[in-house]
Design a protein around this ligand. Structure first.
Ligand code: PEP
Ligand code: MN
Length: 332
C-alpha cells in the first residue's frame, strides 16, 4: 500500500505515521510518500485529514505501476531526459569492456563525432568463466571518469556484485545492474540510497514480474531514477544468443511507469543482426538503446562477436532517425 501525506503535516508527524504503519518514508517536494511493506490494505480513518491519497495493489508492482502513476517517469541521464514528455530515444554506446585508455578514447571520439552523449563500458565483468577477462576494475572506472571530464560524456558502467557497488556509484553517472546481478539485494539496496539513475537489466531467466520487483527494491528504498533494460531471455533457440522479448517490452510500456531501454547487442550475440534489431526496437517507441561498439571487435576481450565496428555503427546511426520519427520519437 502507498499512502501519500500532505506536506503541511511536517516531517516529524510523517515519520510518526510511517512508524505506526510500518512504512518507509520518502520525502518529496510537495508530499510525503509512505510505502507500507506489511501487506496492509486499509488506512485507519484517523489519518484522513492528513492524507492526500492511498493506493492499494493486488500484487507487488506498486511504485512502478501505471495504477500509481499513469505516465512514464522522467529520468535524467546526464543532460538528456528520457521518459516524461521528452520523446527521446537515447542511444547509449560503447565497448562491452573498458580495455585500455587508447581504446576508450577511440570510443569517446566516435560518440563525439556523432553528437552522442552517453558512453558505456564494463569494468567489473560478470563473466561466465573465471578464466575469461574479468575487467579492469577500479582502473577502468578511473578511465571512464576521465572520459566524463575530458569529453563531457555521461558514463554508464555495471556492478557485478555488492563488494564494489559504492565504487561504481562514485565513479559513474549511471549505474548498470547486470542481468546476472539483478537479484542481488545488496546491490539493489545500495542503489536505492543514491539518486544516480540505475539501469536494471533483465535476467535471462527472469519473469517480467520478478524484473519489476527488482526495480521496486530501488524505488521503495528512495531512488526513483530507475530504468528497465530488456536484453534478451533464454529460450529453446540457440542460433541467436538470446531472444529479445519485444512482447515483454509492450507489457512493460503498458503496465509500468519506468522508461524502457533495449539492448539488441546482447540479445542477438552476432553483429550482423544488430542493425535490423535496433531499428525494430526503435519502431516500438522506446526510451533508449544500448549498443556495443568496439574499435576492433575481433580483438575485443569480451563479447567480440556482437560488437559493431566503428564503420558499421556510423552506418547504422544514419538510418535511425527516420524510424524514430515515424513513431514520434527523436534519437539523441
Ligand atoms: C553488458 O552490458 O556488457 C553485459 C554483461 O550485459 P548483461 O548483464 O545483459 O549480460
Ligand atoms: Mn557485453
Amino acid at each position: 500500500m502507498i499512502i501519500e501525506l500532505k506536506k503541511g503535516i511536517g516531517a516529524e508527524r510523517a515519520n510518526q505515521i510511517a512508524k505506526e504503519n510500518n512504512a518507509f518514508l520518502i520525502e518529496k517536494t510537495d508530499k510525503f510518500v509512505l510505502i507500507s511493506s506489511s501487506g496492509q490494505k486499509t488506512l485507519d480513518p484517523k489519518y484522513n485529514d492528513e492524507t492526500l491519497a492511498t493506493f492499494v495493489f493486488d500484487n507487488d508492482m506498486q511504485l512502478s505501476s501505471r495504477q500509481y502513476l499513469n505516465e512514464t517517469r522522467a529520468v535524467k541521464i546526464g543532460n538528456v531526459t528520457i521518459g516524461g514528455n521528452s520523446k527521446n530515444t537515447l542511444l547509449i554506446a560503447g565497448p562491452c569492456s573498458v580495455e585500455s585508455e587508447a581504446q576508450i578514447q577511440e570510443s569517446s571520439a566516435l560518440l563525439k563525432s556523432l553528437n552522442l552523449t552517453t558512453l558505456r563500458g564494463g569494468c567489473y565483468k560478470p563473466r561466465t568463466s573465471p578464466y575469461s577477462f574479468q575487467g579492469l576494475g577500479l582502473e577502468g572506472l578511473k578511465l571512464l571518469k576521465k572520459m566524463n571530464e575530458e569529453h563531457g560524456l555521461t558514463v554508464i558502467t555495471e556492478v557485478r556484485d555488492a563488494t564494489h557497488v559504492q565504487e561504481v556509484i562514485e565513479y559513474s553517472d549511471v549505474i548498470q545492474v547486470g542481468a546476472k546481478a539483478m537479484y542481488d539485494q545488496g546491490i539493489l539496496r545500495a542503489c536505492a540510497k543514491t539518486q544516480k539513475p540505475v539501469l536494471i537489466k533483465r535476467g535471462f531467466g527472469t519473469t517480467l514480474q520478478e524484473f519489476v520487483q527488482c526495480a521496486e527494491f530501488v524505488l521503495s528504498g528512495g531512488n526513483e531514477n530507475v530504468v528497465l533494460c530488456e536484453r534478451g531471455i533464454r529460450t529453446f533457440e540457440t542460433k541467436t544468443r538470446f531472444t529479445l522479448d519485444l512482447c515483454g517490452v509492450s507489457y512493460l510500456k503498458e503496465h509500468t511507469n519506468l522508461p524502457v531501454v533495449l539492448d539488441p547487442s546482447h540479445a542477438m550475440g552476432h553483429a550482423y543482426g544488430v542493425p535490423d534489431l535496433t531499428r525494430a526496437c526503435i519502431a516500438m517507441g522506446i526510451d533508449g538503446l544500448l549498443i556495443e561498439v568496439h574499435p576492433t571487435p575481433k580483438l575485443a576481450k569480451s563479447d567480440a562477436s556482437q560488437q559493431l565496428n566503428h564503420e558499421e555503427f556510423k552506418a547504422l546511426v544514419k538510418t535511425l532517425q527516420p524510424v524514430a520519427a515515424a513513431v514520434g520519437m527523436n534519437i539523441v
